[in-house]
Design a binder for this molecule. Structure first.
Ligand code: ATP
Ligand code: MG
Length: 254
């Protein structure tokens, strides 16, 4: 039975799609899990780009419209992750009822360990449909007041919709004094911070190389934090690479 986990934020641009792509790839590469990542952000869809998938004959939109089967719209990636990309064409929104995604996904994606739903920002119909389709949720924020305020709202929505929140992922952390600390975020929202992902231009570099960072630079600081997050979610061990291993992997890359 799949665990269907929504990647939710409230505020836009905090890193939902980046974390969906990298957490999915981390679970597949390091923990041998069967993972499907679904682009539930139909109006501004980007998930496929993180895996270098840009042009697809059939998309999640066709599946939701009933004009394609689930197997027509799943794209297997080299990391082992199955991707359900949404159309990049706005006209493909016609005839889609997002409210039905819960029933459609639950019936079609049973044979996975994990299904991640990359949600739209905010609390409009699109985002609420992804929340409604989730059994569990990860809340993504950056360490600043506007984003944290919005995950507090998201937590209340998730509670009302009986979706269990696993915890908070703080992304783009620089460690500067003005940032909210993990403790301040936990005290404000009332949920544990389960991962702090550093701000890193490695994410932009890996995006331009069309490969999730955990596959592109396995031993980077940010990748290690994502593997630790994957380990927390599965409850399985992950051995962090030693400093020597990290230095050697850097030299080999050069
Ligand atoms: N830890 C990070 N360090 C540096 N840049 C990051 C990090 N995480 C994400 N980014 C960058 O931030 C931008 C927004 O990330 P992303 O698209 O994943 O956010 P999002 O929450 O999915 O946005 P939206 O709400 O629009 O769907 C991207 O350019 C991405 O490369
Ligand atoms: Mg996104």
């Amino acid at each position: 039975m799949s665990r269907i986990i929504g990647i939710i934020s409230g505020k836009g641009g905090v890193g939902k799609t980046t974390i969906t792509a990298n957490l999915s790839a981390a679970l597949s590469l390091k923990f041998s899990k069967k993972v499907t990542a679904v682009d539930c952000n139909l109006t501004t869809s980007h998930l496929g780009m993180h895996f270098g998938i840009f042009f697809y004959p059939k998309t999640f939109n066709d599946f939701l419209r009933g004009s394609a089967s689930i197997n027509d719209v799943i794209f297997p990636h080299g990391t082992g992750v199955n991707i359900l990309p949404a159309s990049l064409n706005l006209s493909d929104l016609v005839g889609i009822d997002m409210i039905e995604i819960r029933e459609k996904l639950q019936n079609s994606l049973k044979e996975n360990d994990f299904v991640f739903l990359d949600a739209a920002p905010g609390f409009g119909k699109e985002a609420l449909s992804a929340i409604r389709a989730s059994q569990e949720a990860l809340l993504i924020t950056t360490p600043d007041l506007p984003a944290v305020t919005d995950i507090l709202k998201a937590k209340n929505v998730l509670d009302q919709m009986n979706v269990q929140t696993i915890g908070i992922i703080v992304n783009k952390v620089t460690g500067k004094k003005f940032e909210l600390s993990a403790k301040e975020i936990t005290d404000t929202v009332g949920l544990p911070v389960i991962a702090s992902i550093p701000f890193s231009f490695d994410f932009s570099e890996s995006l331009s190389n069309k490969t999730p960072l955990v596959a592109y630079k396995q031993n980077s600081k940010a990748s290690i934090e994502i593997f630790k997050l994957a380990s927390f979610i599965t409850g399985e061990n992950y051995k962090e690479p030693s400093i020597l291993e990290r230095i050697f992997s850097k030299i080999f890359r050069v």
